[in-house]
Structure formats: structure tokens, C-alpha cells
Design a protein around this ligand. Structure first.
Ligand code: SF4
Length: 228
């Protein structure tokens, strides 16, 4: 189902909060992705920067036809400074390739740009923690700026956090995955699972089935990309 003309100005803006820097104060207008990346590297608009190594901004060509939005960087992304380089990113690369989507067509980013984690009970592992609504909203101006700069033909929400951030709290990935959704934020919007959920499948059979379903959703994206 085709969506209305994209207009990122129709996205709900981050509410201003007293006593804390808002990214909107630091998001340069009409900026290139490189200028946005530089500005985001010193963002302190919520507390997540404190325990993270660095800001992990989106990456990909400015004129990418597809923008993928995940939840937040993981452990390896936090250390390297690049999105989707850990196990979930590798699975995503495989799925994109199986769906016939070239990485040169993809800009990949996250709803939240700093890694939120807590220490494991034993050992040095850092355990992923889901970002709070306030943290997602604090980071939203960066995502809006990326959307404005890239203007993707197809926006893909990976997982519930990205989908509910961009499509509303009522959106259910389990119900509406793989279906084009009408939205003012991009010409075409599709939601699917986050690749990390496939890594958590309980056994090989379910992992295989979930991978097939993921690739099927991405084939919908490939068809939308090819539409005139
Ligand atoms: S998570 Fe987003 S809003 Fe919070 S400090 Fe990092 S870049 Fe800024």
C-alpha cells in the first residue's frame, strides 16, 4: 500500500527538557551525513553516552535507496564505532544478499546511537539493555536528521523498538511484518524483526524458519525498491 509523500517535518519532535542539552540544539540544519556524524559524536542529550565507548552513527551512501533502522548499537558496534558489525550485522548481511539487496543501496542506523548495557553477574560481558522511551525520544532528532539527509525510497524498521519509534506504539511487528505501511516518514515503510532475534532462536530448526521469514520480508523491500 503506497504511503503519502515523505515529510520528516511531520515526525513528532523531541520534547524539550530543562537542564539538559537537547540534540535539537546540536543538530545542524541541512547538514551532510558527515556533519551530522561529527555533531552526534559529542552528544550528551541523555545519559547513555556515559557508559558507552562512543557514538555509533549510521553508515551508508547518502543516496541509499533503503534505510535500515535497528534499536541501538551492540557490544561490538560500541567498540568499533560502526553499526551492524557484530553477529546480528553479519546475519543481516547474509539476509540482504539472499533477498537480492546490495549493501551499496543501504544506509544502516539505529534509533539510539549509544550502547546501553549492564555488567554480567560474572565475567566481563556487557549485557544489552533496552533503551527507555525517554532515551529513544532524546535521540530521535538524529534519526530524523538522517532521514532528511538520505531520503530513502524504502525505510525498514528492524524490530519493535524501531517500529514503535517510527510507526507508533500500537504497531506490532508480529502482526504487520513484511507489509508496506502508509506513513509520512518515507515513501515506503516496512517493518520486520531485528536480526538479533534470529540469533536467539531456541534451536536450529526455528532459526532456519525465522531466517527464511526474515529474507521473505526483505524480498518485499527489494520489490518496493524496484518500483518506479
Ligand atoms: S543516545 Fe542519542 S541522545 Fe543519548 S547521548 Fe547518545 S546520541 Fe545523544
Amino acid at each position: 500500500m503506497p504511503g503519502p509523500k515523505p515529510s520528516n517535518s511531520r515526525l513528532k519532535k523531541n520534547p524539550s527538557r530543562s537542564g539538559r542539552q537537547s540534540p535539537e540544539d546540536g543538530v545542524p540544519e541541512d547538514a551532510t551525513l558527515e556533519e551530522l556524524r561529527q555533531a552526534a559524536s559529542i552528544c550528551k542529550a541523555c545519559d547513555l553516552w556515559k557508559a558507552a565507548t562512543q557514538t555509533v552513527f549510521g553508515e551508508g551512501p547518502t543516496r541509499a535507496r533503503v534505510m535500515l533502522v535497528g534499536e541501538q548499537p551492540g557490544d561490538q558496534e560500541d567498540r568499533s564505532g560502526h553499526p551492524f558489525v557484530g553477529p546480528a550485522g553479519k546475519l543481516l548481511d547474509r539476509a540482504l544478499s539472499l533477498a537480492g539487496i546490495s549493501k551499496s543501496d543501504v544506509y544502516a542506523t539505529n534509533a539510539v546511537k549509544h550502547f546501553k548495557w549492564s555488567p554480567a553477574n560474572r565475567g566481563k560481558r556487557r549485557i544489552h539493555k533496552k533503551p527507555r522511551y525517554s532515551e529513544i525520544q532524546a535521540c530521535r532528532p538524529w534519526l530524523e536528521a538522517e532521514l532528511e539527509a538520505v531520503k530513502p525510497k524504502v525505510l525498514v524498521c528492524l524490530g519493535a523498538t524501531a517500529a514503535q519509534t517510527l510507526l507508533g506504539k500500537e504497531f506490532r511487528v508480529s502482526r504487520d511484518r513484511g507489509k508496506p505501511v502508509a506513513s509520512p516518514i518515507a515513501a515506503q515503510v516496512v517493518a520486520t524483526v531485528h536480526p538479533s532475534s534470529i540469533l536467539r532462536a531456541r534451536d536450529d530448526d526455528s532459526r532456519h524458519a525465522e531466517m527464511e521469514a526474515f529474507v521473505k520480508d526483505l524480498r518485499v523491500v527489494a520489490r518496493l525498491m524496484a518500483k518506479k
